[in-house]
Design a protein around this ligand. Structure first.
Ligand code: AMP
Length: 280
């Protein structure tokens, strides 16, 4: 496995393989890699001949009061996980390498799909995400890119960006990996104390409860939402809990298969998100 920092090196590496007729898959990450990322690398492997991962904590997608500075960074541990997952090339640029001109003139700003879920409380977040993903796509130029459904709104917006801007990259969504206790694996779980982690389990528990309610015939979006809000009893501060349409992210009053129960909550100082596709 090679680790490169320069845009030119990664571009040449990928271009060589694609010129030879091989397929290249790309998995962008912010590092602090865990089983969730490893599963994306495996999905990438099944979709291509070569797997490229990137590790970049993108300042543009963090708000001024968010955790950019303290976001966990562990390039050594990341190298081990990526190597074990069979990644052939890791692109780990510096901020200057990614933003050589300093301030961008041009950003990718979503006009729709951001007045829902995380977009409401994180102004500018998806502008930062889409801009860096577009730049990474432009540098790496993969055939296919893999994203986790854990960040559901992000996946929907990236699909729309690729369609609306005709970027010609296949987007694959991968299932959420959970710890044995049900907690969705996340780099931010490292912030949780043992006691906070116990409280955080309430989040996946209410999602499972919604799945059961749905299986037993519940189709009222508001009643499912109320069930999600019961997580408050576990000592979790809910930012949003919604049942949304899987492609428009609009809140649903009547739900059908494929609808997404999505929740964001604060546990202590840590913001966690999770979701579950009903009937799936
Ligand atoms: P991040 O490093 O948190 O920006 O995430 C990089 C990619 O990994 C994104 O596509 C995430 O959706 C995905 N991801 C993060 N956590 C998980 C998880 N528990 N299961 C599956 N994918 C995940």
């Amino acid at each position: 496995m090679r680790v490169v920092e320069s845009r030119r090196e990664v571009a040449e590496w990928v271009a060589e393989r694609r010129a030879a007729g091989d397929r290249v898959a790309f998995v962008p990450t912010m590092g602090s890699l865990h089983e969730g990322h490893a599963s994306l690398f495996e999905v990438a492997r099944r979709n291509a001949d070569w797997v490229v991962g990137s590790i970049f904590v993108n300042p543009l997608q963090f708000g001024p009061t968010e955790d950019f500075e303290r976001y966990p960074r562990d390039l050594e541990g990341d190298g081990k996980i990526a190597r074990e997952a069979g990644v052939e090339l890791v692109f780990a640029p510096s901020v200057d390498e990614m933003y050589p001109a300093g301030e961008q003139w041009i950003y990718v700003v979503p006009e729709s799909g951001v007045d829902a879920l995380c977009g409401r409380s994180r102004p500018g977040h998806f502008r930062g995400v889409l801009t860096v993903v577009a730049k990474l796509f432009g540098i790496v130029r993969p055939d296919v890119a893999v994203f986790g459904r854990k960040d559901y709104q992000q996946l929907v917006l990236i699909r729309r960006m690729v369609d609306d801007l005709e970027l010609g990259i296949e987007i694959v969504g991968a299932p959420t990996i959970r710890d044995r206790d049900g907690l969705a694996v996340s780099s931010r779980n490292a912030y949780l104390s043992a006691e906070e982690r116990r409280r955080a389990l309430g989040i996946s528990a209410v999602l499972r409860a919604c799945q059961e309610l749905y299986a037993s015939g519940e189709r009222d979006g508001l009643r499912l939402r109320d069930r999600m809000l019961e997580v408050r009893a576990a000592g979790v501060e809910v930012e949003y809990a919604e049942v949304v349409d899987p492609s428009t992210l609009a809140s649903l009053s009547t739900v059908t298969d494929g609808a997404v129960c999505a929740i964001a909550a604060q546990v202590g100082r840590t913001r966690l998100i999770d979701n579950l596709v009903l009937g799936g």
